[in-house]
Design a protein around this ligand. Structure first.
Ligand SMILES: C[S@@+](CC[C@H](N)C(=O)[O-])C[C@H]1O[C@@H](n2cnc3c(N)ncnc32)[C@H](O)[C@@H]1O
Length: 517
């Protein structure tokens, strides 16, 4: 770029209240990265690209979350995860877009070059993501009616609904969509949230109950409203399945298949918690106010249905009044989750249009399934609350197993691993996700080993995981004839076993490398 004029790009600086502030600052300074890029005149294209690369590295660090930062290895400059990469490149893109304003002449060409290069990087994300196969276009009247109803009330969509093998319904781009395009726009007035309870007759009763949360009120409202033939949201309720298949509906055989895993305990506890909640609320409401809470609508099964609906379909959204509400969003609820999402941030109502806009953070070609990110969840959370494991489950960077071995180490008079590295929690994940499986870490996370007593930590990890590996899952279950919940449980067990075996193998190697005491 012979005549490159000065161009200045600025990423937002790291917020003081970022809980990972000091760790991120440490990484930035160790790598000598700045959130500002100045390109002076006369640089070559290669030099401009090097500058862009450094800015992307900085953005990656700024946007690391607590799991990602824990697994950052040595001087690895990323990418760290698909989520982190998509958001980092979009951050850089908006810095480039901001710089166009007031820029003239050759500098505009440089910015265009930078923008193209960034879009090219974004375009490469997701190339390895595993496709879901369309089983049929949804020509069922319920989904069509919902879209028609939505459009009449201001919904704008560039998506069509299809059925996918193993994922239910999903949304497909009806034309090529680029970064920044709005795939779906839902007026705030169509979003189902707590205000509807406040307007309903049941609120007069619920507001007198001590400590009842708006989420619980919404559960109770949904249980009744789904049967209301005059509901404003009838077309939406008609699209909902009569039964959800999440971990909360696992039968005894699926639970038996999970024995020895942490998910077994989690599911049993989650179910018990819901049972307590149900027992404390529904029978009394039905007995005291039978005209409002009809007992046939407030059975245990219907309560679990409503919980599963809210866990698997709700979104947390900030409205124009600044308040965060947990909501059900008709039509947006058809979008499935991916580790390589097209839409990453959809948590805020756009104040100008008073609508929820699903804006693309990476392109989605016509005919391609358009995915959201539901969040950075481990597979146990996805099974419990959503009832699936993604096709790319082996690549899930958030599929971590927390390590609670302070007890084990502390008892021996050690100061414990949480203290010296400034890490309050330790965790492991499949070591195949590591970029350096070589000594000294053998694919284990650096903070786990990066302190004085790594021998004690490795021994503690082995003492936790080796017995777990032996006790995990029953081998004698016939997968072919199994029901949906047993199959899902077995897939989960296989994945856990793989993760734990990899950690045991790496810990043993790392321990051997330390040699005898
Ligand atoms: C918000 S809904 C999405 C629409 C849903 N597929 C349907 O047919 O209504 C969330 C549910 O979709 C399914 N799902 C989402 N993402 C998935 C994925 N990547 N693979 C398999 N199932 C998925 C799970 O059953 C999950 O509980």
């Amino acid at each position: 770029m012979g005549e490159c004029a000065t161009v200045r790009l600025c990423l937002p600086s790291l917020a003081d209240d970022d809980p990972l502030f000091s760790k991120k600052m440490k990484l930035l300074s160790a790598r000598n990265l700045s959130s500002e890029l100045q390109l002076r005149q006369g640089l070559t294209k290669e030099e401009v690209l090097i500058g862009l690369g450094r800015l992307v590295q900085c953005a990656r660090i700024l946007l690391l979350d607590e799991v990602e930062i824990y697994f950052v290895e040595g001087d690895d400059s990323g990418p760290f995860s698909p989520r982190n990469e998509i958001e980092s490149l979009n951050l850089v893109l908006s810095a480039i877009d901001d710089s166009f304003e007031g820029t003239l002449g050759v500098a505009v060409e440089v910015l265009k070059f930078l923008k193209e290069a960034t879009l090219e990087m974004i375009g490469k994300i997701g190339a390895q993501c595993t496709d879901y196969v369309i089983s049929e276009e949804s020509n069922s009247t319920v989904e069509e009616l919902l879209i028609k109803w939505g459009k009449e009330q201001g919904v704008k969509t560039k998506l069509r609904i299809f059925h996918f093998e193993g994922a239910g319904r999903g949304a497909v781009a009806s034309r090529d969509l680029d970064v920044g395009d709005i795939a779906l726009e839902i007026p705030a007035s169509l979003i189902i949230c707590e205000e509807l309870v406040y307007e309903s007759e049941m609120f007069g009763i619920l507001k007198n109950l001590d400590g009842i949360s708006s989420e619980t009120m919404m559960l109770l409202w949904t249980m009744k409203e789904r049967h209301n033939p005059d509901s404003r949201f009838k077309v939406y309720f008609d699209t909902l399945p009569t039964e959800f298949r999440t971990g909360l509906s696992f039968g005894i055989h699926a639970l038996a298949a999970l024995e020895g895993t942490m998910l077994f305990e989690e599911l049993v506890q989650a179910k018990e918690h819901l049972r307590h909640q149900y027992d404390a609320l529904c029978p009394a409401l039905c007995a005291d106010h039978p005209n409002v809470f009809q007992s046939d609508m407030y059975t245990w099964d219907q309560f679990v249905w409503a919980c599963e609906l809210w866990y698997s379909n709700s979104m947390k959204i900030v409205f124009s009044d600044g308040k965060l509400r947990t909501c059900l969003v008709p039509i947006a609820g058809f979008l499935n989750h991916s580790l390589y999402p097209h839409v990453t941030r959809y948590g805020k109502v756009d104040p100008a249009s008073d609508s929820l806009r699903l804006i693309l953070s990476r392109p989605c070609d016509r005919g391609e399934q358009c995915f959201l990110s539901y969040g950075s969840f481990p597979s146990s959370h996805l099974v419990t609350f959503y009832g699936f494991l993604p096709r790319d489950m082996h690549r899930n960077p958030y599929d971590v197993i927390p390590l609670d071995f302070e007890d084990l180490v502390d008892k021996e008079g050690d100061q414990g691993p949480g203290v010296d590295g400034g890490w309050s929690t330790h965790m492991v994940r499949g070591t195949w996700l590591s970029k350096s499986k070589a000594p000294p870490n053998y694919g284990l996370p650096p903070p786990l080993l990066d302190h004085l007593r790594s021998r004690a930590v490795l021994e503690a990890a082995l003492s936790i995981f080796s017995p777990m590996l032996e006790g995990i899952g029953a081998d004698d279950i016939d997968r072919d004839g199994a029901s949906w919940d047993v199959k899902l449980a077995l897939d989960f067990v296989d994945l856990q076993r793989k993760i734990i075996s990899s950690v045991v193998a790496s810990s043993s190697l790392a321990l051997q490398s330390l040699g005898p005491l």
